[in-house]
Design a protein around this ligand. Structure first.
Ligand code: SF4
Length: 323
């Protein structure tokens, strides 16, 4: 029998504990700028994109296909990359070369053929069907996911209410026919959180980064009416750890508040595009260059060593151990 309980943790996840220290002031943040630029330059962004779910929307030339494939990919991009990528791949293959057209025309029998038996951790077929039919409704009512988002966007620092409204409208899908065709939902609140909780909403902020920033070798920049300055860093275990190493936050949890604090620090380095460092910081952790427990060999090779709060301690301990 299918389990119907959502496996969503109620509280924000906690990043690896670190001794609480004051966040950097303006002078300290100014010193970060050079090493962060070096990290971005050395990150080999083109090569790393293949390891990142942004590779899915980057396949499509048409902005409507970029939006829908991006939202689908971001929604399922949790857990291990090697496990979620085949799941996204199989749905996109079933949607064909124009996923936005396939979604616009989708019927429940087609959704059943596409999704029957789908399972990925917290999510079942009906969760994904809600997302697909939510996007269908948005494309029909607003013409694009960008227009849906903009219908909730008041400008300024209104990212959270706009994202909340965007997700709530995507969830306005009649559930009974989907349940009848595909069974019960399981992790809808994990996939499309309504209302937004205290967590960092990493996957949705990542989707916004893909759509709004750029275009550059990573992000697509197809949403031109939301400024990059308004974005928040999509905080996850890797960027949370890096933010602590660099003194971008005093907080240790992976919450919306921490994402705001990290972004506020980065905004002092680049007021117009504070989250442009996100991909390089995330992949510095993800690639193993700065693992959860860094060794002296990692720190000696690291562009961030001159501004890292942890690296000097790692090197000191290593020297002490060698004496
Ligand atoms: S210096 Fe060491 S701890 Fe600091 S970011 Fe680099 S690898 Fe990580």
């Amino acid at each position: 029998m299918t389990r119907t309980t959502a496996a969503r943790p109620a509280r924000p996840k906690t990043a690896r504990k670190a001794p609480k220290r004051a966040a950097l002031g303006p002078a300290g943040l100014a010193k970060l700028a050079g090493p962060l630029e070096s990290l971005v330059a050395a990150a080999g962004l083109d090569a790393r994109v293949g390891f990142d779910p942004v590779a899915f929307p980057r396949r499509y030339p048409d902005p409507r296909d970029v939006e829908v494939s991006g939202l689908l990919a971001a929604s399922l991009a949790y857990g291990r990359v090697d496990l979620f990528k085949p799941k996204i791949e199989s749905i996109l293959a079933g949607l064909g070369p124009r996923p936005s057209e396939a979604i616009r025309a989708m019927t429940i029998p087609q959704a059943k053929r596409l999704l029957e038996g789908f399972v990925y951790r917290f999510n079942l077929a009906t969760d994904v069907a809600v997302l697909l039919f939510g996007m269908k409704r948005a494309l029909s009512r607003h013409g694009s996911l960008e227009s849906l988002f903009l219908s909730h966007w008041q400008g300024g620092d209104g990212l959270r209410p706009a994202l909340g409204g965007f997700l709530a409208e995507l969830r306005e899908v009649p559930m009974a026919p989907l349940r009848e065709a595909l069974g019960p939902e399981r992790g809808l609140q994990h996939m499309l959180p309504v209302p937004l909780g205290p967590g960092a909403s990493k996957r949705m902020l990542m989707f916004l980064r893909w759509m709004v920033r750029g275009p550059d070798p990573v992000d697509l920049g197809i949403w031109t009416r939301v400024p990059a300055a308004a974005l928040l860093l999509p905080l996850d275990t890797h960027t949370g750890r890096m933010a602590q190493h660099l003194g971008l936050t005093t907080r240790t949890d992976l919450s919306w508040k921490t994402a705001e604090q990290v972004t506020a620090s980065l905004r002092q380095i680049d007021p117009l595009d504070p989250v442009r460092f996100d991909f390089a910081l995330c992949h510095h952790g993800m690639s193993g260059a700065c693992p959860a427990t860094p060794q002296a060999s990692h720190c000696r090779a690291c562009e961030l060593l001159p501004v890292c709060r942890t690296g000097p301690t790692v090197l000191r301990r290593s020297r002490a151990g060698a004496d």
